[in-house]
Design a protein around this ligand. Structure first.
Ligand code: AMP
Ligand code: GLY
Length: 433
């Protein structure tokens, strides 16, 4: 089977490994903006262009691609899925109309309200140039300011973490010069992610994962694309209640149905729900129209099915015909990022990689020159430990990190007993009050 993968990060390397493991005699082709050495090694051929470049369609037709998989959000927002389907190539990744769930946060909040999808915090959308934000911020008191469009995970600012009430007012006005803005109630709790394969009607759910957005230990420092993530050997995380996962699945099911009603097109691809477990049950932080990065690296290696068989059933709308299963194991994923990331990262610095014994390695934003690996300004490499417990998976991930030598930084605390206990304690206190 000839498969095209769009995207060149750690998430896409994990997807490429899953494709390579398939028994469907896969031949992988890739389109990425920079050569990811891990993906390149698994490919028959690749093209280095912007992931939103329409020449991807010609490349696919020329290579008789039978299935395309889109990793990141930018090509979905650019309508690459629509172009490929029009050229007769089935795509794992929703059409532009349906991908709006990710790339227009204002649309999504209005959509959730219209279809009465539970878990929507108090919010108001302000259109570019509109006034009245100060009054609404005063009314809510504790707010989050979200530019409506895509910002690479770095545009959302949270009161208390990033600024006080005056700072929030200034930031809302600044965003409104160029974009619509969503001002919403700040939720207090613990975040978790649920990812699902979706064929338009049926959803097949992966276990819950928790990402760590902040750059430094103890959830300090600026927001990043995600420094690491973990899951437990069951569907829920140690701080979650069984009902949190059930409610998350129900919300995602309702969302897929409502998207088809609203847009007229079925949602086919990956749906990523980001939730906050709060004292009053779960709320929706956002939806993404793709796997998370790093969260894809947690769940894909646990998938028991042939990944390409799952993909084939997504595009033919027949996911109900197979039983999608994940191994009951825990994983811990940790990113090694260039020192100084995200504000002032060391670029073009050599990374030496020793052979890993007990962990998996995923390449992300690095490049290869004369057989040496160099950093760019973004997250460089990820390691994954898999074990029966989070504690053992964490040890394996640390082992993997010790095989990487260079001007790198990673979070020591992700997946440790100490941080997990802190999350459990946090939820206990919230639920008690
Ligand atoms: P997003 O880009 O929507 O994932 O937002 C980035 C981060 O902002 C999330 O991972 C949350 O930590 C935080 N965030 C977003 N919305 C809210 C909210 N309503 N309440 C509290 N934190 C939020
Ligand atoms: N890890 C968060 C994201 O992929 O958006």
């Amino acid at each position: 089977m000839k498969v095209l993968l769009i995207g060149g990060g750690g998430r896409e390397h994990a997807i490429a490994e899953s494709v390579a493991r398939s028994s469907k005699n896969p031949q992988l082709f890739a389109v990425m903006s920079k050569k990811n050495p891990g993906i390149a090694r698994l490919c028959k051929d690749f093209l280095l262009i912007k992931e939103t470049d329409l020449t991807v369609v010609d490349f696919s037709v020329k290579n008789n691609i039978e299935l395309a998989i889109i990793g990141p959000e930018a090509p979905l927002a650019a309508g690459i899925s629509d172009r490929l389907w029009n050229a007769g190539i089935p795509v794992v990744g929703p059409l532009r109309l349906a991908a709006r769930i990710e790339f227009d946060k204002a649309w999504t909040r209005d959509f959730m309200t219209k279809y009465r999808i539970p878990g929507c915090p108090g919010f108001k959308v302000f259109r570019k140039g509109e006034s009245g934000t100060d009054e609404f911020i005063d009314e809510l008191g504790d707010v989050v300011i979200k530019p409506a469009g895509l910002t690479g995970g770095k545009g959302v600012r949270v009161m208390g973490d990033h600024f006080g009430i005056e700072g929030a007012k200034d930031y809302a006005k600044e965003v409104l010069k160029n974009d619509d803005v969503v001002i919403e109630e700040r939720l207090i709790g613990e975040e978790f992610t649920v990812q699902a394969f979706v064929d338009g009607k049926t959803l097949a759910f992966a276990p819950s994962v928790q990402d760590h957005k902040r750059a430094f230990d103890g959830d300090k420092g600026p927001n990043t694309g995600g420094m690491g993530s973990y899951n437990d050997s069951k569907d829920i995380l140690p701080f979650m209640k069984e009902s949190d996962y059930i409610d998350a699945k129900r919300i995602m099911n309702d969302t897929v149905r409502a998207i088809q009603k609203e847009t007229g097109v079925p949602y086919q691809g990956i749906l990523y729900g980001q939730f906050m477990a709060t004292a009053y049950g779960i709320s929706v932080i956002e939806f993404n129209a793709r796997f998370g990065d790093p969260e894809a690296m947690n769940v894909l290696p646990l998938l028991e099915n042939d990944f390409l068989e799952v993909c084939s059933n997504i595009v033919s709308g027949t996911l109900d015909k197979i039983n999608v299963k994940f191994k009951k194991q825990a994983t811990v994923c940790k990113y090694a990022v260039p020192s100084g990331y995200p504000d002032d990262p060391v670029k073009d610095s050599i990374v030496e990689i020793d052979k890993m014994k007990d962990s998996l390695l995923f390449y992300s934003s690095v490049y290869e020159k004369d057989n040496k690996i160099y950093t760019t300004g973004s997250r460089a490499l990820a390691v994954l430990g898999i074990a029966d417990t989070i504690r053992d998976a964490e040890k394996k991930a640390q082992d993997g990190l010790s095989c990487l030598k260079g001007e790198l930084h990673s979070r020591r605390d992700i997946g440790t007993d100490e941080l997990i206990m802190k999350r459990i304690q946090h939820m206990k206190e919230l639920r008690a009050n």
